[in-house]
Design a binder for this molecule. Structure first.
Ligand code: BGC
Length: 348
């Protein structure tokens, strides 16, 4: 049984109030979500000795969330990750998007869903967030009505249920950009975490971290996480993919179809584990390479250092509109986009 409570978190520079929702389960473990960016602010779960600790990077103030440019904890939309040249073709029409990553569009554009104040309502044990993206926002066609439902159960599973409908054909690729550190946020780097990704293939990236359309085997590369590997083991190898990504910043293609386990993360020190499940086609493993210690400071005034958190973002493959061999993140007028991702926490 999960109890959800609401309190004021702080004000944005516009004077608007941001609310924090705490979802606490029967064991006392809890998740905090704010309605600015729909961001996961904290995930407080037990370690191997039963001691609760916060495994999600975040900020103490609304101002921190407003100023940050690392997407920490936030919901991402309308289109997660990159679209090359910030343009795509859908049917007979071409669309130009806002460029916010060189010539490319990243994570929804200049003011993506991560910078929007979402409507939030508690529905029993579910937190329901809603945002309506107007037609043409950041260049995307169609008015998009988005609903994200967060639940946190007694098994310490955080479920994110995404749905969206549009009044015109559009693209939709919703995700969440939580940075995890299973030893506790602010406890150091994630290089000692062990990771397994149930993917025998990944999408090859170029120097702009854009998929080239080529899907390669992970076998024989430092991207092979089909068995557990410590994140830091090969991260600084002079492998072209790692040089391009400045570490890990790659879309993996988990084996199988439908709702399936995609990754398992283990922190040896704390004994905490996390399994990621989703019905989406891909998962971005991003090792926090662009975190840089600059303000805004993290929770408790802690510096958010490079690689002090990692992301496992479930998604349609980035840049998918370009390539026939990638499943398209297309949402047709009147149809419903619906996908589910679960982050499940445990101990070893
Ligand atoms: C991308 C990175 C990007 C980061 C922004 C990740 O999802 O793959 O390339 O730097 O988000 O924080």
């Amino acid at each position: 049984m999960t109890n959800i409570t609401k309190r004021k978190f702080g004000k944005l520079s516009t004077g608007e109030e941001v609310y924090l929702f705490e979802m606490k389960n029967s064991s006392g473990a809890y998740v905090e979500i704010i309605n600015f960016g729909g961001a996961i602010r904290s995930i407080v779960v037990p370690d191997k000795n039963g001691v609760l600790g916060d495994v999600a990077l975040g900020y103490d103030t609304a101002e921190g969330y407003e100023k940050q440019d690392k997407y920490i904890g936030a919901l991402i939309g309308r289109h997660g990750n990159r679209i090359e040249d910030a343009r795509f073709r859908l049917g007979h029409r071409k669309y130009s998007l806002a460029k916010n990553d060189g010539r490319n569009s990243l994570h929804g554009g200049i003011k993506g869903f991560d910078k929007k104040l979402w409507d939030a309502a508690i529905d029993g044990e579910t937190l329901v967030l809603k945002y309506t993206s107007p037609d043409g926002e950041e260049g995307f066609p169609g008015k998009l009505d988005v609903t994200v439902k967060y639940t946190f159960d007694d098994e310490n599973s955080l479920k994110i249920d995404y749905s969206a409908e549009s009044d015109a054909d559009t693209v939709c690729n919703l995700t969440n950009h939580c940075y995890f550190n299973l030893d506790g946020e602010g406890s150091g780097l994630i290089l000692g975490h062990s990771l397994r990704i149930y993917a025998s293939h990944f999408t090859v990236g170029n120097s702009e971290c854009l998929p080239t359309g080529y899907v390669a085997k992970v076998e024989g590369t430092p991207l092979d996480f089909t068995d557990f590997h410590v994140v830091g083991e090969r991260i600084d190898e002079k492998h072209e993919q790692l040089l391009f990504g400045h570490g890990y910043d790659h879309n993996f293609c988990p084996d199988g179809e439908g709702f399936r386990r995609m990754a398992t993360l283990v922190a040896e020190k704390s004994g905490r584990t996390m399994d990621v499940y989703s019905d989406l086609p891909g998962i971005q493993f991003y090792s926090g390479n662009a975190l840089n210690g600059l303000p805004p400071l993290g929770k408790g005034g802690k510096v958010i250092e490079r690689r002090s958190g990692l992301c496992l973002e479930t998604q349609f493959y980035p840049n998918a509109m370009r390539f026939d061999n990638f499943e398209k993140p297309v949402l047709k007028k009147g149809e419903r986009w619906h996908h589910v991702t679960v982050y499940s926490f445990g101990v070893k």
